[in-house]
Design a protein around this ligand. Structure first.
Ligand SMILES: *Cc1c(COP(=O)(O)O)cnc(C)c1O
Length: 465
């Protein structure tokens, strides 16, 4: 054992190796030295299990380089989404269109007129670049954009509900991902929540019976991520609007996803579009930018000018303001809607993908995988994709998946190896197989999927057998 301790390299000596000079072109010496000390500490801790060759200078240097590369590469990485869940919150939700990506890159690289009116030379508003487009698309009088829909809800409640009562149906007291609860946001905004109705049924008279002189807002929340089915009743936006008009109380609807393109028209879901909700007369409507809209993370608030103007002036609005990347990406996305270029928006393109085109894609991917190894079973099967992102939870879109069975490893291990591969893959898992849903895999990613699978096959058939 003592002899093994003597074989441990000294940090100082290691750092004198000529190759370290080379590395300094890439990494600062302080970082190399820190990583070397850490590596030698680790070797000391595991000394009993180390093989003699692991003490050789070359081996130590190789390990050190690998550790440095690993530590200093960005750990926010691309992941291939093979789950078939189009809006996967863990995987970053909506993908941006090419135009949106280019706009973001452009404002990142260059100065721009974010807050400059190029006609007058005077200070402009960062929101002007998107507000008009939002109004045009939704039919609303006015619009405002904030950091995300959660902050939109907080801001609206703070301005229109604080110090008074806000009536909400018990069936709509949603909790969404990241433990965002309507009831908790209500507390944060200093509004008093008045729950009416029951879990499965709420009638208009439930709201009516609870209107008092303290009522400041009638709120409707879209039950994005769940559905109550069976013996149910909820109050339609129109009905709530009629009560709002009668009592002179504004109506606010948190739409959650916020759809601008009517998916009902292609047989997907039963959600109202933002336009429909605005048309129903709802005074204030809020929704996300990166769910069904297919843009950047943002919270969009639309509605009557008199309320939007008040919300804009709330101090909290400044704290929730969006940055130039959001403005750039949102503008590019909204322009696709104005120009009716729906398939340029990746979220919509993936949702619109037909069963036939999925079959064609799945066959292509299966062929490419089969070509690299015959030690893996590859089969194309029908399946279902989901929209995700807490939108349309019951919607099942027919798709095709490439089902893989690795010969010499468990499903759990194969899934782990998929995450660790050069191009990490998040698959769907069934009882006995790993499923790659082609709906959410871009054609350009096929070759990467193949490389990663090849790696996994090599690992499982050589080292682990
Ligand atoms: C998703 C969602 C939110 C939060 O939106 P983010 O943009 O994720 O902050 C709020 N309310 C409902 C009903 C939602 O579905």
């Amino acid at each position: 054992m003592n002899e093994k301790y003597r074989m441990l390299p000294a940090v100082g000596k290691l750092l004198q190796h000529p190759t370290i000079k080379e590395w300094q072109k890439e990494y600062p010496l302080s970082k190399i030295s820190q990583a070397a000390a850490k590596l030698i500490d680790e070797m000391r801790d595991r000394i009993a299990e180390l093989l003699p060759e692991e003490f050789e200078q070359e081996a130590v240097l190789n390990k050190l380089k690998a550790n440095l590369d690993n530590e200093l590469e960005p750990n926010l990485k691309r992941v291939i989404n093979a789950t078939g869940v189009v809006l996967h919150t863990n995987l970053g939700r909506a993908l941006l269109s090419e135009d949106a990506v280019n706009m973001v890159a452009q404002v990142a690289r260059s100065y721009n007129n974010l807050e400059l009116n190029l006609d007058t030379g005077k200070r402009g508003s960062r929101y002007s670049h998107v507000e008009e487009l939002i109004c045009e698309l939704t039919g609303a009088e006015a619009a405002l954009v904030v950091n995300n829909n959660a902050s939109a809800v907080l801001l609206v409640l703070r301005e229109l509900g604080s110090g008074g009562e806000v009536i909400v149906s018990r069936g709509e007291l949603v909790e969404i991902g990241g433990s965002f609860r309507v009831s908790e946001v209500m507390k944060e905004s200093k509004a008093q929540l008045v729950e009416v109705g029951t879990t499965n049924k709420t009638h208009l008279y439930d709201y009516e019976d609870h209107v008092t002189e303290h009522t400041k807002l009638l709120m409707k929340v879209h039950t994005s991520n769940y559905r109550i089915v069976g013996f149910t009743k909820s109050v339609e936006s129109e009905e709530l609007v009629s009560l709002g008009r009668k009592t002179d109380i504004p109506v606010y609807e948190d739409l959650g996803s916020g759809m601008l393109y009517d998916l009902k028209s292609i047989g997907v879901g039963d959600e109202p579009t933002v336009q429909e909700v605005v048309k129903a007369g709802v005074d204030v409507v809020s929704f996300s930018g990166d769910k069904l809209l297919g843009g950047p993370q943002a919270g969009i608030i639309v509605g009557r000018k008199k309320y939007i103007d008040r919300i804009k002036k709330n101090q909290l609005n400044r704290a929730l303001r969006v940055d130039k990347f959001t403005v750039a990406a949102l503008q590019a996305t909204l322009l696709h809607y104005v120009k009716e270029e729906y398939t340029k928006i990746p979220t919509l393109r993936m949702i619109m993908g037909t069963e036939d085109s999925m079959l064609e894609k799945a066959n292509l991917l299966a062929e490419q995988i089969k070509a690299v190894s015959n030690s893996i079973e590859v089969e194309v099967q029908p399946g279902f994709s989901q929209i995700g992102g807490g939108a349309l939870p019951l919607e099942q879109m027919p798709t095709y998946v490439v089902a893989l069975s690795f010969a010499d490893t468990t499903i759990a291990r194969a899934v782990e190896l998929m995450r660790e591969a050069s191009y990490p893959i998040m698959p769907r898992v069934s009882k006995e197989q790993i499923l790659l849903d082609v709906r959410t895999i871009a054609d350009e990613e096929f070759s990467e999927v193949v490389i990663s699978i090849k790696e996994i096959i090599e690992k499982t058939t050589t080292r682990e057998v």
